[in-house]
Design a protein around this ligand. Structure first.
Ligand code: FAD
Length: 328
């Protein structure tokens, strides 16, 4: 690991100013991703700005019913919050399916949004990776791409977004609140993570020195009937091969509204509005869920070693829909 300066800040403005004056600096939250990347020489910040004392630790209900989650709320605290468990179970389940209890106790909402891909070629500096070094090439395209993306890839990058939490946030239409040198702004979750296109190194819409302050969950009554299914190589402490976050509003056997997002398959948390629209007004039946799953994966572009993900993702989504629909 390279030497770096370290400072602690007590106010959002100080954190933002620290990064504005030192572009090579990084915010340090739980450190569970950033510190690993520093040890491997993938991230080389000149300064770490510890933001753990900032007033971003609470979960509050705003007057309009929006649930505001501070960026420094730990993944465990969020997962076990009674309001989340009752009104947005898909988020609680997604969080609890990730990492390990120790990691979840450290990991924060802001850090989870910003975590980097788990593509093995990104982590091995001996290989070309456009995300690490744009222009060097993508070793995954013709390499061992079993874990890589089948949706949203480009000729420059096919790495998956690894977060479980963000898949649930995509289904819930979350809003990311940020504060930066030019003031505050809100970013819809679907606009927060970027497709790799020809700029795989630019992963989010976050600008220089912008600090994530909170994530807002809009009021969505039918999210009380929601579920997260994750398929992985081992039962815990493992990233998703495929996952699905689903919420359904069913009345008299008919789907009135649906939310569907997929994980483990996309270069960003993958919301499937086409599958949602297909279900609207249709019977809440296994046959319709299968059709929706086919539509959700219709644009999949599998590579040599990950074609199994197409069928697995469909089955994962069908399982989530059947569970929310009370059919399993
Ligand atoms: C062994 C292991 C297994 C894991 N398994 C899973 C899994 O199955 N599913 C899953 O979803 N995740 C998994 N994770 C990832 C884990 O969820 C992330 O490491 C964690 O969420 C990152 O949060 P953090 O607070 O520790 O971030 P940090 O490591 O502190 O920071 C990560 C990045 O976010 C930036 N950042 C942090 N906070 C802010 C902010 N407020 N504003 C702007 N930028 C910010 C930092 O500068 C840094 O670039 C695993 C991690 C490990 C090590």
């Amino acid at each position: 690991m390279e030497a770096f300066a370290y400072r602690e800040v007590q106010a959002n403005r100080s954190a933002i100013e620290a990064l504005a004056t030192e572009p090579q600096a990084r915010f340090l939250a739980g450190g569970t991703n950033l510190v690993d990347l520093m040890k491997m020489g993938i991230e080389r910040p000149k300064t770490l700005v510890n933001i753990n004392s900032l007033p971003l630790q609470s979960i509050t209900v705003l007057p309009n019913g929006v649930l505001r989650i501070g960026a420094l709320v730990r993944n465990s605290d969020l997962a076990y919050d009674e309001r989340i468990r009752a009104s947005y179970p898909v988020l609680s389940e997604a969080l609890l399916s990730g990492a390990s209890p120790q990691l979840r106790n450290m990991a924060t909402v802001g850090g989870n949004l910003m975590q980097r891909t788990r593509c093995p070629y990104f982590y091995d500096v001996a290989f070309a990776c456009n995300k690490r070094n744009n222009g060097s090439g993508c070793s995954a395209l013709e390499g061992f791409n079993r874990g890589n993306a089948i949706l949203g890839g480009s000729d420059h990058c096919i790495s998956t977004h690894p977060s479980d939490m963000c898949v649930a946030l995509a289904a819930l239409d979350a809003i990311v609140q940020v504060e930066g040198p030019k003031g505050e702004r809100s970013i819809r979750i679907q606009d927060f993570h970027l497709l790799p296109e020809d700029h795989p190194q630019k992963e989010t819409d976050l600008g220089p020195a912008e600090l994530i302050t909170a994530v807002d969950l809009p009021n969505l009554p039918f999210a009380a009937k929601s579920h997260y299914v994750k398929v992985r190589d081992r039962a815990s402490y493992e990233f998703a091969l495929t996952s699905a976050a689903v919420a359904l509003d069913i009345m008299d056997g008919t789907v009135r509204a649906a939310r569907i997002a997929l994980g483990g398959v996309g270069t960003k948390p993958w919301r499937s509005t086409v599958a949602e629209q297909l279900l609207m007004g249709k019977p809440a039946s296994e046959a319709q869920y299968k059709t929706a799953a086919n539509v959700a994966l219709q644009d999949a572009q599998p590579r040599k070693y990950n074609s199994f993900k197409v069928e697995l993702a469909k089955r994962t989504l069908i399982r989530a829909l059947l569970t929310v629909g009370g059919m399993v």
